[in-house]
Structure formats: C-alpha cells, structure tokens
Design a protein around this ligand. Structure first.
Ligand SMILES: CC(=O)SCCNC(=O)CCNC(=O)[C@H](O)C(C)(C)COP(=O)(O)OP(=O)(O)OC[C@H]1O[C@@H](n2cnc3c(N)ncnc32)[C@H](O)[C@@H]1OP(=O)(O)O
Ligand SMILES: CC(C)C(=O)C(=O)O
Ligand SMILES: [Mg+2]
Length: 552
C-alpha cells in the first residue's frame, strides 16, 4: 500500500466535518461476524458491504485480515468494490498485522487501519502481561507504523471503560500525537452505564491533548442491554463516531444496533441536534438482507426493524391508530423501509379495527351485525393465534371459519422417482376414534397424496386448482398450498402452510375433506348450499356483499 497524503478525518464527502454530524462506523462484518452463528462467506460479505454502502455508512470495518486468508480476501474484495465508503481493516498492535491490513486495503478508494490494544489493568496484567509504559510504547510505535501506509488511522483502547481515566488521557494524547485520527473508547464487555460513559467522554475531551485533532468514537457492547443508550450518551458527551452493527449482532450479547442509534438521532433530532448520512429507508431491507445471509431471524419485537415494530393488535391501540397514527407510533414505517403499519386482528382487538378490516374486504356491516360478528370473532381468536382475511370473510358471511377436524393426519410418507410414478401412504385419525391408513400411487407425489386421502376418508374430490407459493425466503421458505376441489357440484377451498410443500398440500386437501364432512355432504350430497370458509368461490360485488359464484 502506498502512503496516502490525505488529511486525517477527511472521510466526509465534500469535506463535511461539521460538528453536528455523527459518523456511522459499521462493524457488522468484523465484530458482528465474530459472534457464533453469524459467520459469512466472501460472497455474502461483499453483498452485505455493498448494501451498507448504499445505506450510507461512513466507515465499514470489513474484517481482520490477519485472522485468516479468507478474511484477508474478503477485505481485499470489499476494498476494491466500494467507491464512497471508507473501508477499514482491524489489526493488533503488531507489525505483521499492520502490514497485512495495509496489503488488504491496497486497492481501496478510501481506507483506514484500525489498531487496538487493551489498556485496562485487568487486561494489562492478565491478558497482555504489559506495564502501562509498555502499552503506551506499543500503541505509539504501531500507530506510527500504520501511518506509513495510511493517513486515516484509528486507535482503540480495548476495555477502555474499565481503564483508569487518567491513563486513558495519557494513551489517547500519545495516540493523537503519533498520528491517530480517530480515538475509540470501547466498552468491550458492556459494563458501563449512560451516565458514566457521558462523564468519561466529557472528561476525555477536556483533558486529552489536542483532542480537537481527532474524532472521538464509541464502541458499546450489549451485555447489560445498554449498548444503544450508552452510545447515545457518548454522543451527548462529544463522540462524533459511533461503532455499531446491523441488527445489533456482535460478540456475546452483541454491539449497539445501528438502526436504533440512527433512528434515535433522527426521531429525537430536536434533543440531540445531530445528523447522520444514513438513508433510513434502507434500514429494514438491509436488516433483512443480513438475516438472509446469516440465516438468523430478527426477533419480532426488535426495535425499528422487527416484525412487530409497526404492528398493533390491541383494540385500544388500534382505535387510536385509526384516529391518528401518532397516538401509538413515534416514527413512520416508510421512513425505515417498511411498507406500512399493520393492524393485526387477534384476541386483543376491538370493534373499530374489525370494522375497518371488514370494510377493506368489502363487507359494510350495520352496528347490530358487527356486534354479532365481533362476538364470534373473539371466540375464534381465543382458539386461533392468527385471524386471516378468509376467516373474517367467513365470519361476515355467517359461516364457520374453523376448518380443523374431524380428520387429522398422523402419518404421511411419499416417494417419487424421476420419470416414474409416485406413491403415498397416509394415516388419519378421526375425532370419533377411527384410525385409517391408505396407500395410493399417482402421477406425482401430490396426486398420490390426494388419492390416498380420498380413499382413507371416502370423499370423492376432483382437484380443479392447485397452487403452491413461497411465503418467505431462503432455503427454509414456507410453502403455502392452496387447493380447489370439486365435490357435490361445488368448489371447495383448502389451504395450508408448511416448510414441506407435500405436507402443506396434504393438510390443504384434508381441510377440504373436513369442511365437506362438517357440512354433512360427504359421499356426493348434491344438494349442498352452504360450506365452510373454504366453500364456494366468492365474488365481491359492488354492494360489498359476497355472492356465491355460480360454478355448478
Ligand atoms: C475486542 C475484540 O473484538 S478484539 C478482536 C477479536 N477478534 C478475533 O480475535 C478474531 C480473529 N482472531 C484470530 O484469528 C486469531 O486470534 C489471530 C490469528 C489474530 C491470532 O491467533 P494466534 O496467533 O494463534 O493467537 P491467539 O489468538 O491464541 O492469542 C492472541 C495473541 O495476541 C496477543 N494480542 C491480543 N491483543 C493484542 C493486541 N491488541 N495487540 C498485540 N497483541 C495482542 C495476545 O497477547 C496473544 O499473544 P501471544 O500469542 O503472544 O500470547
Ligand atoms: C477491537 C475493539 C474495538 C473491540 O471490538 C472491542 O473492544 O469491543
Ligand atoms: Mg467489540
């Protein structure tokens, strides 16, 4: 890597070093990837790095090149690929690490070498076996060495929050004098509190020599669940770089979550008076991309990007939301890249939300009718975790949305051969105590399963429509099977969801059988008029009332 002539802290586009801007240093691909369960291959890292650049992070820590040849290659590829974001590589205070980091960054448009060395008494004594003076000398020599390669050098005092503050002043003063352009104050073990870290940043900025020549940075871990609060307190104390990760992934309990810090600064802008370069509308897509690449789901109740972040189930909140969205939401879903707020109908919902959803589905009910539907809706919600639109339609039409039983599948096996027929065996149990097993062959596994179910239950059905679609992404995507079968001159619907599409199909077929049997029309009762919610196809007419399609 050739020495760079750029001035320290010129990472801002257009020389924007304004005091009101917080630089976002993303370490998803380094500290985040260090956590068990989150490792990514090179292709995944590059994909994530490109998304992070689009998101607008200022500095992206791409890895620790000395760690492995693959980490080296990943940093090198990312460095070559990114145009605007500063690509950073981590190195211990060792010449070999620094040389390797510099080589990995050789092709970067903007680069930073990030050095770290423990400063706390605990780490000095038990981990490094170094005196204070040795720590100081090692840090200074390493920074000077890194500066030969790169104008942008960050120095981190590992375990800073458990370090004597006066020693931190000495270390950071020496680091800045040796050419460090960012000094980072990590809470390596997630030990600090907001008041404490605020105090430390204030103190350091007052006492470190030439403090104005470097950007002060925070790097908080979440062991006590305070990483984001501590990062914000550090910012209030003068930090102008925050190190964080998407979804808060990272060592042990994780790092401070990028999306939470950014949205806190944005939503509470009048309080903080600070801005970032992040395009917040990309937060949710970036979070989902990371989930896909690592196979780790985001918890539903995760702030900003979780599935429940803009979902409301309880009636009192839904009523408030329908009147004015600010009653229960402090930010707009579209501002973080989520399409819209959802009012989920469940056991805690009330009439206002029920009416609104039914109207959206084309059912305008009088108050008295609504009361009846509401009562049955609550009874259903007590039994079912999720009430779907189909359930609501059935309720509005006075039908039974509960298609479970009397038949249940207890066993299902299928086998198929390329170019040959398929076979299926099913075992079913009936609520009246019967246990039935049947086998059948068919053109494919779906056909074989349907035939076996028909035989076992004695229900004649002609499959007229069959659709399977993925309702999530990735190798473990859920398949939603939707079937329409002809029986007794009517079309009957059944649907089910499973990660196994044959299983989803079998359950959907059995839902049809159950509906037929619950309506007492099994074995070709041609006089049927009514059916369950999977019954005749519905055509929503202009008056909003559903009519049965004349398919017979
Ligand atoms: C707080 C953090 O997140 S720090 C970053 C943590 N991340 C990682 O450790 C992931 C990548 N790490 C690795 O792949 C390996 O640890 C390697 C390749 C870097 C080093 O492997 P090894 O040489 O086998 O050493 P090992 O990891 O067992 O021990 C760490 C060594 O680094 C030394 N060390 C630790 N931190 C530093 C530092 N900041 N500066 C200089 N030396 C350090 C330790 O004293 C120890 O030295 P020793 O081998 O002379 O006793
Ligand atoms: C390498 C440093 C910054 C680190 O990750 C920590 O101290 O937590
Ligand atoms: Mg860390």
């Amino acid at each position: 890597m050739t020495p760079q002539t750029a001035q320290p802290n010129d990472t801002d586009e257009g020389g924007d070093n304004a005091e009101d801007r917080v630089r976002i240093f993303d370490t998803t691909l380094r500290d985040g990837e260090q956590a068990p369960g989150f490792s990514m291959d090179r292709r995944a890292k590059l994909c994530m790095a490109q998304a992070l650049e689009t998101l607008g992070v200022d500095i992206l820590e791409a890895g620790f090149p000395q760690a492995s040849p693959d980490d080296f290659a990943a940093v090198e590829e990312i460095a070559r690929s990114l145009r605007h974001t500063t690509v950073c590589a981590l190195a211990r205070c060792q010449t070999g690490d620094i040389d390797t980091a510099a080589r990995a960054l050789e092709r970067a448009h903007r680069s930073r070498i990030h050095l770290f060395l423990s400063t706390s008494p605990l780490h000095r004594e038990h981990k490094l076996g170094m005196s204070k003076q040795q720590v100081l000398d090692t840090a200074v020599a390493s920074i000077q060495h890194a500066r030969k390669y790169c104008a942008d050098v960050e120095f981190s005092a590992e375990d800073a929050m458990r370090t004597e503050p006066e020693f931190l002043v000495e270390v950071f003063s020496a680091a800045i004098a040796s050419g460090a352009t960012t000094v980072n104050v990590p809470d390596t073990v997630g030990y600090t509190t907001p008041a404490e870290i605020h105090e430390l940043f204030t103190y350091l900025r007052q006492h470190v020599r030439d403090a104005h020549k470097a950007v002060f940075s925070s790097h908080c871990h979440d062991d006590l669940g305070m990483a984001v609060a501590n990062s914000l307190a550090a910012v209030s104390g003068g930090a102008r770089q925050v190190e964080c990760t998407i979804n808060g992934i990272g060592e042990r309990a994780g790092n401070a979550a990028l999306e939470e810090i950014v949205m806190a600064l944005k939503v509470r802008a009048p309080r903080f008076g600070l801005r970032t370069n992040i395009d917040t509308r990309k937060l949710h897509p970036t979070s989902r991309l990371l989930s896909q690449l690592t196979g780790q789901a985001v918890q539903r109740n995760k702030a900003v990007v979780g599935d429940n972040a803009f979902a409301h189930e309880s009636g009192i909140h839904q009523h408030g939301m329908l009147k004015h969205r600010s009653t229960y939401e402090i930010m707009r879903p579209e501002d973080v890249g989520i399409a819209e707020t959802t009012l989920v109908l469940g056991k805690h919902s009330g009439r206002h939300a029920l009416r609104q959803r039914l109207e959206a589905l084309g059912h305008k009910l009088e108050d008295a009718d609504l009361d009846g539907v509401f009562k049955r809706f609550k009874a259903l919600a007590d039994r079912k975790r999720e009430i779907r639109d189909e359930d609501l339609e059935a309720l509005a039409l006075g039908q039974d949305p509960d298609a479970t039983g009397p038949w249940h599948i207890t066993q299902l096996n299928t086998s198929s051969h390329l170019g040959g027929s398929a076979s299926a065996t099913v075992k079913l149990s009936h609520e009246d105590g019967r246990e039935v097993g049947e086998a059948a062959i068919g053109d494919g596994p779906v056909d074989a399963v349907l035939r076996a179910i028909e035989r076992a239950t004695g229900t004649d059905m002609v499959l007229t429509r069959f659709q399977v679609r993925a309702i999530s992404e990735g190798g473990d995507a859920q398949g939603h099977a939707q079937l329409v079968a002809r029986h007794a001159k009517r079309d009957w619907h059944g649907s089910s969801v499973s990660t196994d599409i044959i299983e989803a199909t079998a359950h959907a077929a059995l839902a049809i059988v159950n509906r037929i049997e619950r309506q007492g029309t099994s074995r070709s009762d041609a006089s049927i008029e009514e059916c369950g919610h999977g019954g005749p196809l519905f055509d929503l007419r202009a008056n909003g009332r559903a009519q049965k399609e004349t398919t017979a």
